[in-house]
Every structure is written in C-alpha cells, then in structure tokens.
Design a protein around this ligand. Structure first.
Ligand SMILES: Cc1cc2nc3c(=O)[nH]c(=O)nc-3n(C[C@H](O)[C@H](O)[C@H](O)COP(=O)(O)O)c2cc1C
Ligand code: SF4
Length: 482
C-alpha cells in the first residue's frame, strides 16, 4: 500500500498564511479572526508527515492486533516490494545471433516432466505452464472445475491441492497431479492410481514451515466430509509428514509411492523456497522426478500475514539457486525443475525458463483470469472493506466472485464455461508472449532460453539471478568479483 501523504502545497496562495491574511484585513478585529481561521486551515509544515517506521499500515496493524489478541490472517500474496523477475530484461538477437521470424518460424513449447525414473507416463504438456495446487476448500468446486477445463483445453495439467481429489475436477482435467500433504486429507490408493502424477508437498512459499490453514467459514459440508473434519471449525493441518522425518525415510516413501502406482506416473516434490540449494539437492538425490520450488511471492487462500511478508526467498533467487544446485550434483536436465510464485505473464514465465526452470506453475494469475478482483458485485467488495484491485480477502470465505468461497449463492456467480474460456485465453496469451521473446532471442524452442539471454537492471537482481548487470559482464560474487 502507498504510504505517501500529500505534502502541504507549496503553491498555496498567500491568503492562506497568517501574515498575508493580516496584511489584507480591513480592521484589527477582522484581522484577528482571519489569522485564527488561517491557522486552522494551514497545517504547520510537516504536521502531516508520515513516519516510515510508524506508518498508517503499522498503526492500523497494531490496533487490529490489540483488538484481536492474535496475529492477522489474510489470503493472496505478500504486500511488500522485493527483487523480482521485472528486474531482468532479455537481450534479443542482433549481430551475434539471428532472430526467428515472428509469424513464419515455429517455436516449440512442448514440455515433458518426470521421465527420470522411466515411469510409463511422464507428463507430456503442450506448454511449459500449468495450474498449481490449490485445494478444494480454499477454492469453490466450480473454480476447480473451470481451471481443470482450461488446462485440458490447452493440453496442460492442473493439481488437486491439499483437500483431496474432487470428482468434478478429475472429470474436467485430462492431466491431474494429485497432492499428498502432511494432513493426508482424503489420501487413498484409489485416487493415487487415478492421478497423472503425485506431488509430495513439503510446504509452500506463502507460509513455509507451517501447515495448511482453512478458516471455519470455508469448512462447509462437502469440504468437511472430504477432509473428515468438523464443520465450520478453523482447520490447521499438520506441517510434518507423519511417515517421514528426514531424507532417508522420505526416500523410502517415494519408492513406496512408485510401487503403489506401479511406476506409471512421475513423482513431484514441492517445497517452499528457503534453503533452496540444500533442499533441492536432497530432494533430487532421494529420487524426486520433478522438483517444484515455490518462491516467497507464492500466494495462499489463508496465511498468517507475517509469513507472507517475512519468510522465504524471492522466486528470482530461488530459480537460480535451484538450477545451480542441480548442476552441482550433475542432475540438471535429468530432474525437472518447476518454479512458481508471482508468475503473472508469459514474460515472467520466459524469464523463469531462461534462468533454468523447465516449466512454471501459476495460481493467482489463473484466479485473476477466472475473475478474482473483477469489478463486479461491488457492494460485496465494499462489505469486505475492500474494492476490486485491492481484494486479498480469500480467508473470509466471502469471495465476491465465487472463487474462494463455499457459500452456494456466491459460488454460483462463477460460470464454469465462461471462466474456463478466460483462463484458456490467458494461458494462450502467456504462451504467445513466451514464444515472441524466445524467437526474438533466436530460439526455436522456449526451452532454449538461457541465463545468457538475460541481463539484470539492479545489482540485487544480478546477485540473486546470477546474470550480469546490464551493460557489464559483472555477476556479483562470481569468480570472486564483488
Ligand atoms: C487459493 C489458494 C489455495 C492454495 N492451496 C494450496 C494447497 O492446497 N497446497 C499447496 O501446496 N499450495 C497451495 N497454494 C499455493 C499454490 O500452490 C502456489 O504455490 C502459489 O499460489 C504460487 O504462487 P502464485 O499464486 O503467485 O502463482 C494455494 C494458493 C492459493 C492462491
Ligand atoms: S476476489 Fe475472491 S479470490 Fe480474489 S482476492 Fe478477493 S476473495 Fe480472493
């Protein structure tokens, strides 16, 4: 949020100052009255300066906590500026490389994930973009169905998320990744075998080191039944998997999953971006086919607000560190890398691919394409104390557009077919953006994008993404050059 307070206007006419008012006055009495009025009208210079430490947000935050007696919970993503993919630019071809013709030459987008252990059906996606894990419970059934339908139309996959496999989602999704979280909600062998990939989740970028959180307002009948939970009670799920505590046990678990699914489908491991280098190496060594690294921009249906703003590392740093980690152990290209967290466009996705990802997963961008924050049902945004463009109120269960809610009269506001079409259009637009950039950089395949195609606009971005600062060959820290 902006912390700017308008400064007293330097161009205020003289009549607004006490001296000027006095000099223009007809009588001493009138002059005194005008001086008094002018003192009220013209604040002392600096009296409306906002403190950068005790700004309006901080004051409101303290007052809210003083009233609630607990930390604050919110949906959506972080609310602070961090180094991000916007801080990188592409270097299209000129003399050293040849660009491809925009309309006449092809640029491949096909993406295969999870072939590492020779499973019968690695995920074959037509594009390197898919819909990330978002639970039924956090989302309405028709949001899940619409995302599945859009993904199928594109030829990509979607993921169940924590709340189990929803019948409608399975029906709509030609490729569905089944998530296994520590809570094990609705985890069963039958669903494992209906899945096109298994994702073992160790956490997410929005709230690393903590478990899922579903406010009671969203634990409606069907959600409660699928999770075997009491209705309308806040649900906080486990943070540690009950059947593995470290790398050795987890290696056994991954092998068990492979056996349970008859090595038909790949196994993903999803992790929040924290100690990326070490965590990625461990996950790769114990047998993950695909590693999903979720940067600190990653969104959520509900999280303690402090975790969104103050934990994890930005996606731009996570993807570079993950790539280097895999390179160091000789598994880059063998273990696939998926990156998520704040991917908003084909430009972001192309940058993530250039930094080393095989694919990106999108959550919030897909929800926005569904209709999140759309300027409709304005009274309902107002009732939440917000407005389109500012809403982050998924945790309330009162989503004005029927996406992050379980209330039937709100859910029915999201028409599956039209919503799916918007998401399909959006992903198609993302892919056009990616191929446009790739061709300009002389690549006939989006997977040919590489760190050399990028330059950083800030020293921070250069250090985090390990690409040269624009106009130089300097990567901070590389070859001992600081
Ligand atoms: C409404 C919502 C529900 C989510 N539910 C889950 C979940 O069940 N399991 C999980 O691993 N991540 C969950 N996530 C996190 C996403 O899978 C993903 O990591 C994150 O949204 C990516 O960032 P982006 O939204 O900026 O694309 C959820 C995110 C949102 C917005
Ligand atoms: S519009 Fe709905 S999905 Fe979007 S932020 Fe608000 S509550 Fe969440």
């Amino acid at each position: 949020m902006s912390t700017d307070v308008p400064a007293p206007d330097a161009a205020t006419p003289d009549a607004a100052t006490p001296d000027a008012a006095a000099s223009n006055a007809a009588t001493p009495e009138v002059a005194a009255a005008e001086v008094a009025a002018a003192e009220v009208a013209a604040p002392e210079v600096g009296s409306m300066r906002e403190s950068p430490i005790w700004d309006r947000y901080t004051i409101g935050d303290i007052q809210a906590k003083a009233s609630l007696g607990r930390y604050r919970i919110t949906g959506f993503s972080l609310h602070r500026a961090i180094p991000r993919l916007d801080d990188l630019v592409f270097l299209p071809a000129a003399m050293t490389r040849l660009p491809l013709e925009g309309y006449r030459e092809r640029c491949e987008t096909k993406t295969v994930l999870g072939a590492r252990h020779g499973c019968a059906k690695p995920l074959e996606l037509s594009v390197p973009v898919y819909i990330t894990s978002m639970s039924f419970g956090a989302l309405s059934w028709n949001a899940k169905a619409a995302l599945g339908r859009a993904a199928s139309a594109i030829g990509t996959c979607t993921c169940t998320g924590e709340g189990g496999m929803l019948t409608e989602e399975r029906e709509e999704s030609s490729l569905l990744v089944y998530q296994m979280t520590p809570s094990r909600y609705m985890l069963d062998l039958e669903h494992l075998r209906q899945a096109d990939a298994i994702e073992v989740a160790l956490g997410q970028g929005a709230k690393p080191g903590t478990g899922g959180l579903l406010p009671g307002a969203k634990v409606a009948d069907r959600v409660a039944e699928m999770r075997t939970l009491p209705k309308n009670i806040d649900q906080r799920s486990a943070v540690r998997h009950p059947d593995f505590l470290g790398a050795d046990d987890m290696e056994v678990k991954l092998e068990e999953l492979r056996i349970a699914t008859d090595n038909q489908v790949p196994i993903f491991v999803k992790m929040p971006a924290t100690r990326v280098r070490e965590d990625v190496k461990i996950a790769a060594k114990i047998g993950a086919d695909v590693i999903v690294v979720d940067g600190m921009e990653g969104a959520t249906g509900a999280s303690p607000e402090l975790l969104l703003d103050h934990t994890g590392v930005p996606t731009i740093a996570a993807v570079a560190a993950a790539r280097e980690a895999l390179e160091e152990i000789g598994l880059y290209g063998e273990v696939n890398l998926v990156v998520s967290g704040g991917i908003r466009s084909g430009t972001d996705a192309a940058k993530a691919l250039a930094l080393g990802a095989d694919a990106v997963a999108i959550g919030t961008a897909g929800l926005i394409a569904l209709n999140c924050n759309a300027p409709v049902y304005l009274d309902d945004y107002t009732a939440l104390g917000t407005a389109p463009g500012f809403c982050h109120h998924c945790h309330t269960g009162r989503c004005p557009v029927g996406i992050a809610t379980q209330e039937p009269e709100l859910v029915e506001r999201l028409a599956v077919e039209a919503a799916a079409e918007r998401v399909e259009n959006f992903i198609n637009a993302m892919v056009m953006e990616m191929t446009l950039l790739a061709k300009a950089c002389g690549k006939g395949d989006v997977h040919g994008l590489e760190p050399e195609d990028l330059r950083a606009l800030t020293i921070e971005a250069a250090a985090m993404a390990r690409v040269p600062l624009a106009g130089t060959d300097w990567v901070p820290g590389r070859d001992g050059r600081w």
